[in-house]
Design a protein around this ligand. Structure first.
Ligand code: OGA
Ligand code: MN
Length: 292
């Protein structure tokens, strides 16, 4: 039987007594889906997965995203992406600055992301403490804690999400090697809108679906008011009581729900402190087939 230990914080749970390298039973699928809805972030410690097994496990939850522009893929398995600061012969072997600001994956896409499945292979440590933690915040709790008049006012409104916002912010970081998006790349990823309060397809509860990384505008409001309310929401949604910080250990599989949480990769390690993680990104096509 699967063994679940809640983190006791704003979200997150540890899930033991399941081997993710083995085919997933229908019963365990249902259990994990329910846990993702309830806890937002799940850590499955002590896993041992080949890239093929990581892909097979992730595929249970929906279609896997293949990032066409991304060269940091497992050879022959484009669904498995490499997140790493490591270099071989002076060349990066992974995306080194993935997720280093608060965001949720693919909110800028018509088909949003359901879950990311990350497999930690090398984790940097200093004085015995893990570096490169991943932080999360609970968007159901953030919704519930909004002032009632704001909930009422924003109900039914939509937010515009733009891939270029995150890209440009990353470019401003010291040492960034990201070039500006070309006109063509921008055209391929035009901003898209989603409800500001999304009804979570697993829990049926409302969540705040806005994030500092990609959200640029509340469509139904004048620009100045939209800017002011977004700034309020970006601060509101990061309160400590909504949060959980995952400190990585090698062998962790970390899986999170992108619809009900936002996350941030902490860039507190240096180029000579290697981090190496493999990742699959699962789209929410199970829940929103009409957006496919
Ligand atoms: C991601 C991401 C966080 C991390 O994979 O979507 O943001 O800690 N990564 O690597
Ligand atoms: Mn991310």
């Amino acid at each position: 039987m699967i063994n679940v230990t809640p983190s006791g914080q704003g979200l997150g749970a540890r899930v033991e007594n399941i081997d993710l390298s083995q085919p997933l039973s229908a019963e365990n699928y249902k259990t994990i889906e329910g846990l993702l809805g309830k806890y937002g972030v799940l850590c499955f410690p002590k896993q041992q997965l080949s890239s093929q097994q990581l892909k097979d496990y992730s595929s249970n939850f929906g279609s896997l995203e293949i990032n066409v522009a991304n060269v940091y893929q497992e050879p022959g398995l484009p669904e498995v992406m490499i997140l790493s600061n490591k270099k071989v012969d002076g060349k990066p072997i992974g995306l080194g600055d993935a997720g280093q600001d608060w965001h949720t994956d693919m909110s800028y896409s018509k088909m949003i992301a359901f879950t990311n499945v990350l497999y930690g292979i090398e984790i940097p440590r200093r004085n015995g403490e893990p570096l490169g933690s991943t932080e999360f915040s609970n968007m159901r709790a953030a919704y519930l804690a909004l002032p009632e008049d704001l909930k009422t006012k924003l109900d039914g409104m939509t937010v515009l999400h733009d891939f270029n916002k995150f890209w440009e912010n990353m470019r401003k970081q010291p040492g960034s090697t990201r070039a500006p998006l070309t006109e063509e790349q921008r055209k391929a990823k035009p901003p898209v809108s989603h409800p500001i309060f999304l009804t979570h397809p697993i829990t049926g509860e409302k969540v705040l679906y806005a994030n500092p990384g990609y959200s640029i505008r509340i469509n139904e409001l004048p620009e100045e008011e939209s800017d002011r309310i977004l700034a309020f929401l970006f601060e509101h949604q990061l309160q400590p009581q909504f949060r959980y910080r995952h400190r990585w250990t090698e062998g962790d599989v970390l899986m999170w729900d992108n619809m009900g949480t936002i996350h941030n990769a902490i860039a507190d390690y240096k180029p000579d402190e290697p981090r190496y993680i493999k990742r699959c990104q699962v789209m929410a096509d199970r829940y929103f087939p009409q957006a496919a």
